[in-house]
Design a protein around this ligand. Structure first.
Ligand SMILES: [Zn+2]
Length: 256
């Protein structure tokens, strides 16, 4: 403890500018994992983070968890082989109404059509040790959605994945990071044991297991920015110009 949880979406080159922020190329993703290894971080599965926040186990000082939102097919095609090269665990949160289909909810944001995971790819990911979690049925803003629909979204998606995998699916991630006390209660009532937000920061003992913090890794993050996010679990790193300004100030102080 404390644990940095990284949030990725698409592991592929962007097809247009609208989705660029959410696309980490396979090469950049592999370099991220190389940095994790070189910096001597332990990569923990989601379940270990929950044991740590509950105080059941003592977690290592340098720990990180890898998560992917949405359930785009590149989690299977591109991310899985790289994760296996490093033997690192990860969690994939799937929008269940679009399994075997396309990411059609992204159209409204100008995102290009991308293939979603198929039922059999979800099973293969699970058999490969990747933790499969829910990201609702329809990728709604739960924080702005009425209670009955929120409950249905979190329950139906859990049931769908449990049917596919034949086992319990205890983990959840809020679409758009959108939550409310009502949504959080619905996630608890549906029987989940933990949920990821998009609030930045680290997770430690007594962190809310239903609002775990994550650091978003963007398509444009440089290796230096990735390293800073790994260490400080921020969402936005200052641009390079700010870093240069701070460095100049420090150097000027030394000169005096
Ligand atoms: Zn999402």
């Amino acid at each position: 403890m404390p644990v940095t949880m990284l949030m990725y979406h698409v592991i592929a080159a962007p097809k247009n500018a609208a989705e660029a922020r959410f696309c980490r190329t396979p090469d950049a993703f592999r370099k991220d994992l190389e940095q994790i290894r070189q910096a001597d971080y332990q990569v923990l599965p989601f379940s270990s983070v929950l044991e740590g926040t509950a105080g059941k186990v003592e977690l290592p000082d340098k720990a990180v968890t890898i998560t992917f939102d949405d359930g785009i097919a590149c989690a299977y095609e591109n991310a899985l082989p790289i994760l296996q090269e490093f033997d690192y665990p990860a969690s994939v949160f799937v929008v269940t109404s679009q399994i075997d289909n396309y990411n059609d909810w992204g159209e409204a944001f100008g995102f290009p059509r991308r293939r979603m995971l198929t039922t059999s790819e979800i099973r293969t990911l699970d058999e490969s040790g990747v933790d499969i979690g829910s990201h609702t049925a329809n990728h709604l803003w739960l924080g702005k959605t009425e209670e009955a629909i929120v409950s249905k979204e979190v329950q139906d998606s859990k049931a769908t994945l449990e049917d596919i995998l034949g086992k319990e699916v205890p983990h959840f991630a809020y679409p758009f990071g959108s939550w409310s006390p009502i949504a959080r209660d619905a996630v608890i009532a549906a029987g989940y044991t933990g949920a990821c937000s998009t609030i930045s920061g680290k997770n430690q003992k007594d962190s809310d297991p239903y609002l775990l913090r994550r650091s978003e890794i963007k398509g444009s993050d440089s290796p230096w920015q990735f390293r800073m996010k790994l260490r400080f679990a921020t969402n936005d790193m200052p641009p390079i110009s700010d870093a240069r300004r701070i460095l100049r100030q420090v150097l000027n102080k030394w000169k005096k």
